[in-house]
Ligand binder design. Structure first.
Ligand code: MRU
Length: 352
């Protein structure tokens, strides 16, 4: 396995284009992809070259700026048309993570009041940079809040990848792990492999190995046996869209871990920035769950692993709020009743 010597961040602006570490190839290859147009950005998001709710938000934000520049607008009107068209295309690249639409709308709103074509681009780029920087800070805050909340829990089970590859900073659920490690608190992580695309086995395992944090890989179906064995003190996962009542869309398999945790009396935490909360979704029924191609289940990296029968491949599930112990956010730990704590936090952030 390669090292992360070349790994700076999942999404980097390089003067006139974006660079993404190609997450479809990790951990066997560390390749950087250049994104120079809206089409490149949409393709990277849809194919999971870049993935994880905050990281696709950051990519989408820079994508809007790229779209304005790519159009070579002759005047302000043309620039604004390019701005809106890019925002629409990027927002629909993936439907579930609310960070994407949130970031793209934020960039469009910031650039809409510009007075020249050049200013539309500059404002879009400036807002994308601000979103990236804020996400870095959010990750820090989540890490610190989680470290305090989970001071007594050294052994954690996590799902999917919520770390440096999924955000602009050190991560959300994995940010809590990094914060514990940085503070010298004891921490070990059980990593569930996360079928079908193995974000746990490929990406979280790669990150934790690189960080020197003790980690053990389990398949998704092992979580009941693992929790029954008494080796896990808390489950901590990320989120793609949290409804106002606390229902939480996250990587497929999350709901299973939540049910298993409840059956064993183990606390189940969801970590994420407020940008992953959707003030427009009253409950999980309003969340659109992305369905992905059958090949992702029938094959692993192009190699058939199943007989060719029909497949149902939802990329996310929705864990009902009742299974969530608390949300560890950049604005503090939100506890039940979630309707109150979530709407309160959103209102405080000006997002009601
Ligand atoms: O399909 P993915 O890999 O984009 O799914 C990612 C997840 O479900 C993460 O848990 C979530 O986006 C939070 S990342 C901080």
């Amino acid at each position: 396995m390669g090292t992360t010597r070349t790994f700076r961040s999942a999404v980097e602006w390089r003067g006139d284009h974006l660079e993404l570490i190609d997450q479809t190839l990790l951990p066997s290859e560390e390749e950087v992809r250049e994104v120079r147009s809206v089409a490149d950005a949409v393709d990277a998001i849809a194919r999971l070259v870049v993935r994880g709710a905050p990281a696709i938000g950051v990519c989408g934000a820079f994508g809007v700026a790229l779209g304005v520049r790519e159009a070579r607008p002759a005047d302000l009107e043309a620039a604004l048309r390019a701005l809106e068209a890019s925002a629409v295309r990027l927002e629909s690249a993936r439907p579930t993570a609310v960070n994407l639409g949130w970031a793209v709308h934020r960039v469009a709103a910031a650039a809409r009041t510009a007075r020249s074509a050049e200013e539309v681009f500059e404002r879009a780029l400036g807002e994308a940079r601000a979103i990236q920087e804020e996400d870095r800070e959010s990750c820090r805050a989540i890490g610190e809040n989680g470290r305090r909340e989970l001071a007594a829990a050294g052994a954690l089970l996590t799902h999917c990848n919520t770390g440096r590859l999924a955000t602009a900073g050190w991560g959300t659920a994995l940010g809590v792990v990094y914060a514990k490690a940085e503070a010298g608190d004891p921490v070990e992580v059980f990593v569930s492999e996360t079928r079908p695309l193995l974000q746990g086995a490929r990406l979280t395992a790669w990150e934790l190995l690189d960080a020197g944090i003790p980690a053990t890989l389990v398949t998704d179906g092992m979580s009941a046996a693992l929790m029954a064995s008494g080796r896990v003190q808390a489950v901590i996962v990320g989120c793609d869209r949290v409804a106002r009542n606390g229902d939480t869309a996250n990587k497929i398999g999350t709901f299973t871990h939540a049910i298993v945790a409840r059956a064993h009396g183990i606390p189940f935490y969801v970590a994420g920035p407020l940008s992953s909360f959707d003030p427009d979704a009253a409950s999980g029924d309003r969340i659109v769950v992305e369905e992905r191609p059958p090949e992702e289940v029938l094959q692993i990296r192009g190699v058939p692993v199943a007989a060719p029968i029909p497949v149902w491949n939802p990329a996310f599930d929705v864990t009902p709020a009742g299974y969530v112990t608390a949300f560890i956010t950049d604005r503090g730990v939100l506890r039940p009743p979630f309707e109150l704590s979530i709407t309160g936090a959103l209102a405080k952030a000006g997002r009601s």
